[in-house]
Structure formats: C-alpha cells, structure tokens
Design a protein around this ligand. Structure first.
Ligand code: SAM
Ligand code: SF4
Length: 548
C-alpha cells in the first residue's frame, strides 16, 4: 500500500480516514502501512505480540484464508478482528484468493460504487460450469473453431476472450468457502446467495461475534450460513485482533449508529449504537501500550456519542482523558465525531492532555441549513459553526477536517455556494468530498429534484479546487515550523539530491503527512523533530533536526 504523498482529487490526503475512508475516483485510500520491507518486519513482530489468548483453539490447522477489505477504517479494523478470529482457529492468511480455502470480502455499501465493486469481485469467483470448462480446455489444447462449433459452445477465440485475465481465478474457486461480510452482506442479506450461489457465508458487522460459530458450521459441512441480526447489544470485542498497522492501533469503542441521516445506510447495515464498557477499552489500551503501541485511535461512526454501559458511566471526554493517561501512550486520536454530540468538554480534555492529538474530524455534509434539514443532520449551519468556534478557542491550534456531500436532492446553486463559503469560513485542513449517491432503504431515495450526475461532478470539482487552494495557503504558513513526527514510512525512492540519505514519511499530531530526508538507517516507529522546508496542498516536506 502506498504512502500519503500528494494524491488525487476527491480524497484529500490524511491517514486518519475520517468518514468511511472509501477512495473516490482518482483518489487513494489513505495508507495503514507502508509496503516497505522494514515496515513489514515490525508489523510481523507486533502481530505476533498481539495474538492473544484463544489462539489455542486450532480447529483448522493448515487451512488458509484471504480477506479483502473495502471501505472505511472501521471496516479495516473489523477485518483485523476477523483475521484474529481465523488465526485463532489455526487458519493462515494468504495474499491472494487463489491460494485460499476461505475467501472473504469485507464490504462497504455507503455509496453505490463501493457496493458494485464487491459484486464484480464475486463474479470473478463464479465456478466454471462443465460446458464452459470444456471450451476453455479445448481452446487451451488448440482444438479451435471447428471443435467448438461441433459441440455447440462458443468459438475458441471467444473462450479466450471471455476467460481472459479472470479465468485462473474462476477455475480455482471451486471447493472454496466464499463469504461476504460487512455492509453489503447486511443490506443484501440472503439475496446474495441468489445473485452469487457460490457464496456460502453472509454476515453483517453487527453479527461478527457469531463468526467463529458460523465458520465452524461451514467446516462441519453446512452449505450456507448467515449472521444478519442487528438487534444485538453486543459489540465485536476480541482479544485476538490481528493488527495490521504497526504504528497506530485502532479500537472500536462504539458500534452502529442511532442518528438517521436521510442519505445514509449505516443505521441499517451496522445496527443501533452499542458502546463498549470503559474498563474493557482501558484494559485493551494498556495491553496495546505494553505491546509497544504509542498511538491509539478510538473508532465509532459517531465516536463522541459514546455511552459507557458500565456502572462507571464515563463520558466520552472522560474516557479520552483516561486513555491519554495510560502509561506509554503518546498519541490519542478519535474519529468520527458527530457535531450534535460535540461539546466543550471534549475541547477541555484536549487542552488538558497534550497526548490527545490536535486533530478533530467533524463532518458537516453541507453549508446550507436547508440541505442540512433535508439530510436530517440535526444541526443548522450556525450551530455547526458554534462547535467550530469551540475548537478554535482551544489553547493549541487544532487541525479540523470534514466530510461534504455535493448534489444532495434539491441542492440549489445557492445552497452549494453556502457550502463553499463555509469552507472559506472554517479553513479546514482536509476535506473528504463525495457526490451524493442514492442508497437503498434511505429516505432521501424518494426525494424530489435529483441533481444530474454531470452537475454533481461539476460541483465536486469546484469544491475540490477551492479546498486545495485553502490547504495550499494554510500549509505555506507552516514553512519554517518544527513538528514532532511519528515515522511510519520509508520510501524506496532514491534521494534525488544524491546524498546518502533515506526518504522517510510520518504524521504530525495534527495528522499532516510530512516527507523528509535523514541519513539515519532506522527510524520507523520513532518520534522525530522535523523542520518544514516546503509545503504542498496535501503534504509537507522537511528535514529532520532531532529525535522526539
Ligand atoms: N458518522 C459520520 C458522520 O455522521 O459524519 C460519517 C460516517 S459515513 C460512513 C462517512 C461519510 O460518507 C459521511 O460523512 C458522508 O459524507 C458520506 N456518505 C454517507 N452516505 C452517503 C451517500 N449516500 N452518498 C454520498 N456520500 C455519503
Ligand atoms: Fe450515517 Fe449520519 Fe450515522 Fe454518520 S451519523 S453514520 S452519516 S446516519
């Protein structure tokens, strides 16, 4: 996976994958790890350390699984937990579906494109039918046109064309367990078996606790299993999370969502809000610190709506403070915050604890109160700006990012202008902008005055240009400043200056990406001081001046 150097249009850079983390056209998904060998080495180390109890249940020794994740950081983290469950059963993870006994897709349905991707993956795994096998084999043997004509199946050249690059995958999928997890699973349910009968497991994220049982049923010979309940008060806690990112550990503290934004599938696909007990969260943070993690990120669709189910009844801001005080933890992040539940106490916790990062992701969606009302966002433009004022009044500068949807049904040119003026007013450091995508079951699906795709695209491009310029100007002002950077990437590229120095990259507390050079041989996972020498809209360039 690549590093966050300057990237494409819709997805402005930043590792903190606010929102759903789904890359848009021309963008890349922010990295969770560097592809560099040295990073993989430390990943391997941490992975081993964090495999916890429960690993003793080796019921499938030798079996292999392939797990591909679509969507947001929460999905990435769910996949870490799913991988942990399978590893504990004795499975081994492999890099491609060809070598896997179990193939799992952890899916996202937040926008139509994300959902489509999964069905195209499933299409690649469709088992080859007998007649099809015959013409593929014949075409391989060079029997050609006449042979195919005789048996009444497509000509050899068609066979080659149709089988093309996907033939190998399709041929090898027979006899494998294929599963769909996550939001598409929840949304489509058993309908997936109809669309892709070769799928044997369909499980939504609210039922992941059942996964070990479902997998055991498949291993015992059951043909099809499902986990589709959303009316559960459980959270998917597991001590056997297999963490992919060696520098930043993710922890879900609240699952599901009780808000009812009129465009959003999350309340349907992830179920109602369920918070995890504060003691359990703090225990995991302590374990992570002992395992060597210094940065943790608390996750939730509306992380700040956290409601401690235990007798302790910790508020979100109290939990933040308690996590920040865990020995060994140097950075605490949290995403995504809902404006309605964002209060002064959170800013006070940031002020009081330097270990809580100076970064807040506060999705606005639109700068127009009329559109916000149609979206059922539960706040007006003015109320949102009051939250921003709280952040701007903090004792240290806090980097603010947001999500915006353009082209919501009925969004007028004037509404759109109000969103642009909000960007000017707030001066975000990062914006994740999306074209409105109509989703099944959502109230906005039936709303009048749909905006044509072309117009959505036009608005998106204008918004991205405006924000790029804001970021360019803001970042320019940082030239000459010093930042503490947690180094999480080493570039394979040669240092262009010809000096024997490596190129490194990392993140500041404000989640800015900084690329810098240093003659040091090993810096991954270290905190260093970097002086900014150059600024770009989506990243900074600097030189290391000392250790952190
Ligand atoms: N819970 C977070 C909040 O309230 O802001 C956001 C979580 S949502 C999974 C991530 C982002 O996806 C949203 O902030 C929104 O901008 C975008 N999104 C959600 N539904 C969408 C839709 N139907 N079309 C386009 N973008 C959508
Ligand atoms: Fe979706 Fe709204 Fe819930 Fe965010 S708060 S997950 S946008 S319903």
């Amino acid at each position: 996976m690549g590093k966050s150097f300057d990237i494409g249009l819709e997805r402005l850079t930043g590792i903190g994958v606010p929102g759903d983390g789904q890359p848009q056209e021309g963008g890349v998904k922010p990295p969770l790890q560097d592809g560099d060998g040295a990073v993989s080495a430390s990943l391997e180390e941490k992975t081993r350390t964090l495999k916890g109890a429960g690993c003793g249940t080796h019921t499938s020794e030798g079996a292999t699984f392939y797990l591909e994740t679509f969507g947001c950081q929460m999905n990435d983290h769910d996949s870490e937990k799913v991988a942990g469950v399978l590893l504990a059963r004795g499975y081994r993870q492999v890099d491609g579906p060809e070598a896997a006994k179990v193939i799992l897709y952890n899916t996202c349905s937040i926008r139509e494109k994300a959902a489509q991707k999964v069905f195209s993956r499933l299409g690649e795994l469709r088992p080859v039918e007998a007649t099809e096998l015959r013409w593929i084999e014949e075409s391989k043997l060079g029997l050609g046109k006449s042979a195919n004509l005789e048996i009444g199946v497509p000509r050899a050249e068609d066979a080659e064309q149709r089988s093309g690059g996907v033939r190998t995958r399709r041929l090898q999928s027979a006899g494998k367990i294929i599963g769909v997890l996550g939001c598409v699973a929840q949304q489509e349910g058993e309908g997936i078996f109809e669309r892709a009968p070769w799928v044997s497991l369909v499980c939504g994220s609210a039922s992941y606790r059942k996964l070990p049982q479902l997998i055991a049923e498949l291993e015992a010979g059951n043909r099809r299993v499902t986990g589709l309940d959303t009316d559960t008060d459980e959270t998917f806690e597991t001590e056997i999370t297999r963490r992919d990112n060696p520098f930043r550990a993710y922890l879900t503290i609240i699952e599901g969502c009780d808000k009812a934004c009129s465009y959003c599938v999350v309340p349907f696909t992830r179920g109602p809000e369920r918070s995890r007990a504060s003691a359990s969260i703090l225990e995991e943070v302590r374990q992570l610190a002992e395992a060597g993690y210094s940065e943790v990120q608390l996750l939730g669709q509306t992380v700040n709506s956290y409601a401690d189910p235990s007798a302790r009844k910790m508020r979100f801001s109290e939990l933040l403070a308690a996590v920040a005080e865990v020995r060994g933890i140097r950075r605490v992040r949290f995403t995504t915050s809902h404006p309605r539940d964002f209060g002064k106490d959170i800013v006070e916790a940031i002020d009081a604890h330097p270990t809580i990062c100076d970064q807040v992701h506060l999705p606005v969606q639109s700068g127009s109160t009329a559109v916000l009302r149609a979206m059922a966002r539960t706040y007006t433009r003015e109320e949102y700006l009051e939250k921003i004022a709280l952040l701007k009044a903090a004792r240290r500068p806090i980097s603010i990012s947001t999500d915006v949807i353009v082209g919501f049904p009925g969004e007028t040119e004037k509404d759109f202008e109000e969103t642009l003026s909000l960007l000017d007013e707030v001066q975000y450091d990062n914006v994740f902008a999306f074209k409105y995508s109509p989703r099944p079951n959502t109230p906005s699906l039936k709303m009048a005055d749909a905006i044509p795709e072309e117009e959505k695209g036009r608005r998106l491009a204008i918004l991205m240009d405006r924000q790029r310029e804001i970021q360019r100007v803001r970042n320019e002002k940082l030239v000459g400043e010093m930042f503490e950077v947690l180094v999480d990437g080493k570039s394979r590229r040669e240092n262009p200056s010809g000096v024997r120095a490596s190129q490194w990259s990392g993140h500041t507390s404000s989640n800015r990406v900084v690329n810098f050079t240093s003659p040091e041989q090993e810096l991954l996972g270290d905190y260093v001081q970097v002086k900014v020498t150059k600024a770009m809209p989506h990243s900074l360039v600097g030189e290391m001046v000392g250790r952190g």
